[in-house]
Design a protein around this ligand. Structure first.
Ligand code: FES
Length: 116
């Protein structure tokens, strides 16, 4: 699934409504002028990372989400959703993970406010 209706409000990017991402799933979000993002919903919490795997060009939003991690659909490298750390080979380079804000029924980030 893919979201394209992104809005910039007072320096925050509104990525999607919370009900656009089922618990245990991820949503790819296209943002004009930058790499796509992935919004994850895990046990009622929301996380946002860059969507493109650091090992190749796989879309992480098509991967498996569990235990606070995403597993890449191509070569099963795993990343921490909170920090973006690469956890298992062949993923060795972290991805950007963003501080995520949930308010007014939607998911926001500050575009430059990431873990790396
Ligand atoms: S493209 Fe993600 S682990 Fe290879």
């Amino acid at each position: 699934m893919e979201q394209k209706d992104v809005t910039l409000l007072a320096g925050e990017l509104r990525l999607c409504r919370v009900d656009a991402v089922e618990d245990g799933e991820a949503l790819r979000v296209e943002v004009e002028g930058r790499m796509p993002l992935a919004v994850y919903h895990v046990d009622g919490e929301f996380y946002v990372t860059d969507d493109t795997c650091s090992h190749g060009n796989a879309s992480l939003s098509e991967g498996t989400v569990e235990n606070g991690q995403v597993e890449c659909p191509w070569h099963v490298g795993r990343f921490c959703l909170k920090t973006g750390s690469a956890l298992t080979f062949p993923a060795v380079t972290p991805i950007r993970a963003y501080r995520t804000i949930v308010k007014d029924g939607a998911v926001f980030i500050h575009p430059e406010d990431s873990s790396s």
